[in-house]
Design a protein around this ligand. Structure first.
Ligand SMILES: [Zn+2]
Length: 314
């Protein structure tokens, strides 16, 4: 299954690319100030909306509730990207977007991965870094993409979006600067709440299913151990499951976290063999009616409540 995926995806992309290019050459308008800003997935959409504050339309390629790592783009998505005022994405997270960006005028693309200061994900228990790289049909590359779960990295991304939009349209620079300052201030308040809330905990070992919380853990003094590694669909080896189970037992971990949008089977396997409970953390890759909160801030605070309970924080 895995071996088949990449060639199939490439064929589809090549076809859609040809369609998009045809559409593009037939219709050379678009991309002006009235065109939408196209964003790749929810955290980038939300940050961009906060920066523009209603002065521009912001669309998103990843539908709410869809697992973003595996995104497939329809021809109209790619057509929309080629006509956008600006495409904002993070390179290395969604292979379909990375490839489609190659069809867009480079002057109308902003990659926020640099601003997010991404670092390589630490391998899961019982797994080497090499195995990690070649997980699953899609790849994150070597870097952990989940920057928005650390409010300080997220703030840096918002500032990069603001700087770019201001350069493209200096007449709105003061509006963007004001909106961005307000957003960054809210992120700073959240950061303070997280730091205080996670300062005194019974255990600092954070056992998660797909390992999206590395930046959050690093920021607040926790140590993440992902059961499946960073790609949500990767299947952990028996060795990896055993290593995580041993850690859970030896470190006095009482709660294992599964994630919304991801099949919780592996978290349950480890919980079942150790007696730990399973709780749900949201990696905030999309907002749906099932999400514990209506936006990034509400879901982060919901995650904080879950973490304080699960880690035994006072
Ligand atoms: Zn993820």
């Amino acid at each position: 299954m895995r071996a088949l995926r990449a060639p199939v995806a490439l064929t589809v992309l090549a076809t859609t690319a040809a369609l998009a290019m045809g559409a593009c050459s037939a219709q050379t308008t678009g991309g002006g100030a009235g065109s939408p800003i196209v964003t790749s997935f929810y955290p980038i959409q939300f940050a961009t909306q906060q920066v523009v504050g209603g002065t521009a339309e912001v669309t998103v390629l990843t539908r709410p509730g869809a697992e973003p790592h595996d995104l497939e783009l329809a021809p109209q998505d790619i057509g929309g990207m080629t006509k956008a005022r600006l495409v904002v994405y993070a390179d290395g997270f969604q292979p379909a977007v990375d490839e489609a960006v190659g069809l867009v005028d480079g002057a109308k693309v902003l990659d926020v991965a640099g601003a997010a200061r991404l670092v390589p994900a630490s391998p899961s228990e019982g797994e080497s870094a090499d195995e990690h790289d070649d997980h699953a049909g899609h790849s994150h590359g070597a870097d952990d993409p989940h920057f928005w779960l650390d409010p300080s990295r997220y703030a840096a991304v918002a500032e990069a979006i603001s700087a770019r939009l201001s350069k493209d349209d200096p007449s709105k620079a003061s509006t963007y600067a004001r909106n961005t300052a307000a957003f960054v201030e809210k992120l700073s308040q959240l950061d303070d709440e997280m730091r205080v809330g996670l300062a005194q905990c019974r255990t600092t070992q954070l056992v998660t299913s797909h390992g999206a919380f590395g930046y959050l853990a690093a920021r607040y003094g926790l140590h993440q151990q992902g059961v499946t590694g960073i790609s949500p669909e990767a299947e952990p080896s028996a060795t990896a499951l055993k290593a995580v189970s041993d850690l859970v037992s030896s470190a006095g971990v009482t709660t294992i976290y599964q994630e919304t949008l991801v099949e919780p089977q592996f978290a349950r396997t480890v919980a079942g063999s150790t007696g730990a409970k399973v709780a749900t953390l949201d990696p905030i890759e999309g907002i749906t009616s099932a999400t514990q909160g209506s936006d990034y801030f509400e879901v982060m605070r919901s995650n904080l409540v879950t973490l304080r309970e699960g880690q035994g924080c006072s």
